[in-house]
Design a protein around this ligand. Structure first.
Ligand code: COI
Length: 357
């Protein structure tokens, strides 16, 4: 595979961030991006070029019918000056699974990974090094063919952009409040819930606004049929420690995103001797458990979110405080184990880390 590297004058390089203390999440972008066009039924050669706006026909299919998929990944700076990718093969595989659901062409995982590594090598100086920071990676594919007929595009653009970022939640590894959506739903069986496609997130924005009114930074979605079982949070999967068992929603209904961090959390918990069940748990059990002491911890898991503790659930006009709004021991342990592997502070016994350089 040949990767074209388009040069541009050094004077056009951006000014780097001056401090790693307030990068925020997804606000700063590096100098270059990787792009691959799909035309006449085939992918062209990848190009790494200057990060720049994309020109689209106003009738491009993505703009009207949301034929779009994306991934979320991170590259971590290690103490020995290297850069680690975390399970990038899983993201490439999930990207292609989303592509199939959205009638888009798959990207050869080798091209995806080699292109990503090359891009990061060129942009390595942008990778932040402070604790909790990372180079957030956003692979994306859009249907770019002009036309208003509802059908899959013939032409596509795949691109990868990089964003030096701090923690997703500005408070860092601290408890956050979550709003439980009683009326609106995220995904129904047979829908696109297990695909990483922008429309799933667009549909969440209305409730996200409502959640903010109650001081909540995320929405917890219940299953669409019974509005009873806890499924997923806006930006991540979610786990409940209930009666000394860790529960997370199963993937079987196709309404839950198969998170890479979710899968890693399950593995770490099981290997740490904890009992973990991928089984439906009802919101009533969770809330009653908060008062009986059965619900001892709740935490989210996602690439952007990492492992993030939940301090309260706002449900049926009341805030229900979990574990005195304190971070539980299981959340702390899993956060430490996961991030130590990601940042290369401990040996990776799972083969999850792929070194960029
Ligand atoms: C990620 O965790 O990387 C995601 O894609 C979630 C995102 C919507 C912030």
């Amino acid at each position: 595979m040949k990767i074209n590297i388009e040069s541009f004058p050094e004077t056009e390089l951006k000014q780097k961030y001056s401090s790693e203390d307030n990068l925020g999440f997804g606000k700063i972008f590096t100098d270059r991006m990787l792009v691959i066009e799909y035309k006449n039924g085939a992918w062209e050669d990848p190009t790494i070029k200057k990060y720049s706006p994309i020109t689209l026909d106003p009738s491009a299919i993505v703009l009207h019918y949301a034929q779009e998929i994306f991934e979320g990944q991170k590259a971590f700076s290690t103490p020995d000056g290297q850069i680690n990718l975390f399970r990038p093969d899983r993201n490439a595989a999930r990207f292609n699974s989303s592509a199939r659901r959205m009638m888009m062409p798959e990207v050869d995982p080798e091209i995806y990974l080699t292109g990503l590594k090359e891009l990061i090598k060129l942009e390595k100086d942008w990778a932040p090094k402070s604790p909790g920071t990372s180079l957030y990676i956003r692979p994306t594919m859009i249907g770019i063919e002009p036309g208003l007929g509802v059908r899959p595009s013939t032409d596509y653009l795949f691109y990868i952009i990089l964003s030096p970022s701090g923690p997703y939640f500005p408070e860092g590894f601290q408890c956050v409040k979550i709003f439980v959506s009683e009326f609106y739903i995220r995904a129904a069986p047979g829908g696109t819930g297990s695909a990483k496609t922008g429309g799933n997130y667009a549909a969440s924005l209305l409730v996200g606004g409502e959640a903010e009114n109650y001081g909540c930074s995320q929405v917890l979605w219940l299953d669409a049929i019974h509005k009873k079982y806890v499924e997923e949070v806006g930006a991540s999967n979610i786990f409940f420690v209930y009666d000394d068992v860790i529960y997370t929603a199963p993937l079987t209904s196709g309404t839950v995103l198969p998170g890479v961090t979710r899968d890693s959390t399950i593995q770490l918990a099981k290997d740490g001797g904890m009992t973990l069940k991928e089984e439906a748990l009802s919101i009533d059990e969770v809330i009653e458990g908060i008062y009986s002491g059965k619900t001892s911890e709740v935490f989210m898991s996602g690439t952007a979110a990492s492992i993030a503790p939940v301090g309260s659930l706002y449900y049926q006009n009341k805030e229900h405080i979990i574990n005195n709004f304190e971070i539980g021991d299981i959340s702390k342990k899993l956060y430490r184990q996961l991030t130590d592997i990601q940042y290369g502070k401990v040996e990776d016994p799972y083969g999850w880390i792929v070194r960029v350089m």
